[in-house]
Design a protein around this ligand. Sequence first.
Ligand code: PLP
Length: 373
Amino acid sequence: MNAMKLPLLDLKAQYETIREEIEETVLRICSSQRFILGPEVSELEEEIAAHTGARFAIGVSSGTDALLASLLALEIGPGHEVITTTYSFFATAGVISRVGARPVFVDIEPDTFNMDPGAVAACMSSRTRAIMPVHLFGRCMDLDPILEMAGERGVAVVEDAAQSFGAVDANGRSAGAMGSVGCFSFYPSKNLGAFGDGGMVITDDEALARRIGMLRVHGEAPKYHHRLVGGNFRLDSLQAAVLRVKLRHVREWTDARREKARRYRMLLEAAASSEGLILPQDCPGHAYNQFVVRSPERDRMRSFLEDRGVATEVYYPLPLHLQECFGSLGYREGDFPRAEAAAQSSLALPIYPELTLAQQQYVCTQIRRFCGS
Ligand SMILES: *Cc1c(COP(=O)(O)O)cnc(C)c1O
């Protein structure tokens, strides 16, 4: 087969399928010259609430700000601890530090890359104010054990569902809609991606929703009267309008991602059984923001694929407990062996709804070649 050039994600291919709808919408916003919050944002909030089954949705400026505003609304700050996974994007733990609280890390489960609920109980202390589970790579984790523990202790559950818009758990509940609050990111590479930054908080708690709505406009209510110290966490109309168009397609895109995952499994089965290649565990509501395999030869495999035109990515090369900025927390290498092993072995393959069969066959042929099967 001829060499192909294959990106990790091809947003242009997706744009071509919705170009007319988007351009019409964007021109409408240009004519209105109404850019900040406004009716598009309110409509999007209602649609996201309906889509996820949450009572309230508050559009914000990014996934990071969704998490930050949630912690501020829950009044988490100095002297408090928030338990989270060490294997996630930096923002998950960054926001905990930014409000002055202490991130308390736990290891991941061996098979899912998600936080090990069994490890959470041992980390609970009188200072624990929240648990922040992450539905990593689009896989909705089973939150029941965590919700139960949090309920008993009266601590909040802040779901980082940044990578999992459209994912559901075994009981059909949406990622983000189970905890005290759920946070989404609309960063372009997420399953529902804007044309820039954006985010959303969902919750069933009316008082929290009101506080988050206030915090996103510097805590003001009414105008120029500030009850809380918030920030500029606003979502803009152009992003909301683009997201409303994309939301109409997101179920079909999630199905397409699942279909690509199924194909990868089929095409990589032989390599997986022979050469230590581990494929991600499937589960019914997985939204496959990423398809992450593991290999003891990860770095060699990555450059082999790169030489043959296939882009891949390492999510994540260094767990959070080993990040330089968290040095003062006192964690050491070896503290969370499963996350550390995942950081050494995981590799994300190209996955997006428009990925063609020929492209996937090309990727898998190269991987099989690398594995010598
Ligand atoms: C993307 C992401 C975020 C942050 O979202 P932004 O919109 O980039 O601020 C937070 N947590 C996780 C797990 C993410 O993947």
